[in-house]
Each structure stands twice: as structure tokens, then as C-alpha cells.
Design a protein around this ligand. Structure first.
Ligand SMILES: [Zn+2]
Length: 266
């Protein structure tokens, strides 16, 4: 349900007679929804059978005869900020590690305005594709972009999306054997304090939550072991999700064998 012509709030809207309907419920007793659905207060209030009318009056009708009705798609891992560098020629076909090494200095210059635009474009693309819920992994906090997640919360609310915004982190810079330059890594104390602030400020719980916050140490090659442990402990204490990259490429496995003497998952 992404059409801007469909109101939310307490208006009862009948999304009428769709061309096709997929309700993700193929059990024998599943209701016939070929006549569409009635939406009220952001939830499905009534399912309408083929040829039938809603049982109670509606305030408005959306003609879905040229549309297929499906539940909103869910994207479980995104990097909204990378929308701006997605087609950058110099790294278009580079493997992960050289791709990251070339892009870190570019991302280190990301401004709040760039980030707002990147997030808005990413959300618009997702909505146009039928995606209504996304998880974003944002782990780049160069100087001046301390409020990266705050910017994303505002964009998500403005576009009416539902999102889990993860407070990502990088603590292992080149000076300590990591992949990213020092300019994009942060101290663990800063990361944990900001993570707690974001959860306490924005995290919504329960049915209908629009914005949720999760913690997301980036990867074995950009995060110290203590940051992984402390992030997991804080996520547990705050009762929020933990998110990370795991075994993305053979580069990462080689890094883990060399640094830890074991494979990534181990
Ligand atoms: Zn990723």
C-alpha cells in the first residue's frame, strides 16, 4: 500500500477490485480477497470477496483495476547512503575490499545534506518497487555527520515508510590492521553513548511501530572484538536487535584466518 492517493488515519478506504491479489495466506480457510480490502488506521479492516461490497460504508474508494494487491515487500539490508556512489565508474566492477578502500575517502566527505538526499532517493526507490519496510545499515560517521541516524528518522517519517535504522559502527582503522582509514572510525565510548541515545529517542515498540533502532557493528575487518561484544551486550540490555555483515566475501575469510586463526563464522 504505497499509493499517495490512499489516506491513512481513521478514513476507511476500499482498495477496490484489484487486477490480482496476493494475501500471503493460502490456507484452505483463507478469505476471498478478490473484491479488495478496506484499510482503516493503517491496518486491513475488512477483506472483500469477489463481486461483494464492504459490509460497512467506506469514506473513499481506490480503483485498483489496473493494480495487483500484495503485502508490502521487506528489504532486510540496505545502505541508503551508498545510493549516491552506486554507479561510480572507478569502482563499478571492483571486488569488495578494493571497492571499500576506494570509497571510504569519498564517504568520509559525506555531508548531512548529501545523506538526507541519499536516504530520500533510496526510500523513494524502495516505495516505487513495492517495498514498505526496510532495514538500513549506516556505519559511516565522519566529522560533521554525527546525526546521520536522526536525519534518516526524519526522512523515513516524511515518506511514510517503515524502517529499522541501525546505528552501525567502525572501530578498527588502518592503524590497527583494519580496512577503513582512521577518518571514518570512532571510539567505542562515543558509539555506545550514541547508540543508547538513539534507542531512547526513537525506538518504537509493539504493533504498528514505524521506526525502530538496532545496533550494527559493521564487519570483522572494520570493528574491534570489544566493540562487537559491547554492542551485543548493549543491544541485549536495551532489548533491540543486533545486525552485522557476516562472511561477505573470500577477502573477509582470509582476513579472519590471518587475524584470528579461524574462519569468519567461527
Ligand atoms: Zn551491507
Amino acid at each position: 500500500m504505497t499509493s499517495t492517493s490512499v489516506s491513512s488515519g481513521t478514513t476507511r478506504t476500499w482498495i477496490r477490485n484489484p487486477l490480482g491479489v496476493f494475501t500471503a495466506d493460502d490456507s484452505p480457510g483463507a478469505p476471498d480477497a478478490r473484491g479488495g480490502i478496506v484499510v482503516e488506521g493503517g491496518v486491513v479492516a475488512e477483506v472483500v470477496a469477489a463481486g461483494a461490497e464492504p459490509a460497512t460504508p467506506v469514506d473513499e474508494t481506490f480503483d485498483a483495476s489496473q493494480h495487483v494487491l500484495t503485502p508490502g515487500l521487506i528489504n532486510t539490508h540496505h545502505h541508503f547512503y551508498q545510493t549516491l556512489t552506486r554507479a561510480w565508474g572507478p569502482v563499478a566492477d571492483a571486488p569488495l575490499f578494493p571497492w571499500l578502500q576506494r570509497l571510504y575517502p569519498v564517504w568520509a566527505r559525506l555531508t548531512p545534506r548529501d545523506h538526507e538526499l541519499a536516504t530520500t532517493v533510496a526510500l523513494a526507490e524502495l516505495l516505487l518497487s513495492g517495498c514498505t519496510t526496510a532495514a538500513d545499515h549506516h556505519y559511516v560517521f565522519p566529522a560533521g555527520l554525527d546525526d546521520a541516524i536522526d536525519i534518516q528518522v526524519a526522512a523515513v517519517r516524511r515518506l511514510g515508510m517503515r524502517a529499522t535504522l541501525t546505528r552501525g559502527s567502525m572501530t578498527l582503522g588502518q592503524d590497527d590492521g583494519g580496512l577503513p582509514p582512521q577518518s571514518v572510525v570512532q571510539g567505542l565510548g562515543t558509539i555506545l553513548a550514541d547508540s543508547q541515545r538513539l534507542v531512547e529517542t526513537y525506538h518504537e515498540r509493539g504493533a504498528g511501530a514505524q521506526v525502530q533502532i538496532a545496533l550494527a557493528p559493521c564487519s570483522p575487518f572494520s570493528v574491534t572484538t570489544d566493540a562487537m561484544r559491547e554492542s551485543a551486550a548493549l543491544a541485549e540490555a536495551l532489548d533491540v536487535r543486533l545486525h552485522t555483515h557476516l562472511a561477505e566475501t573470500i577477502d573477509e575469510e582470509d582476513f579472519c584466518r590471518e587475524r584470528f586463526g579461524m574462519r569468519t563464522v567461527d
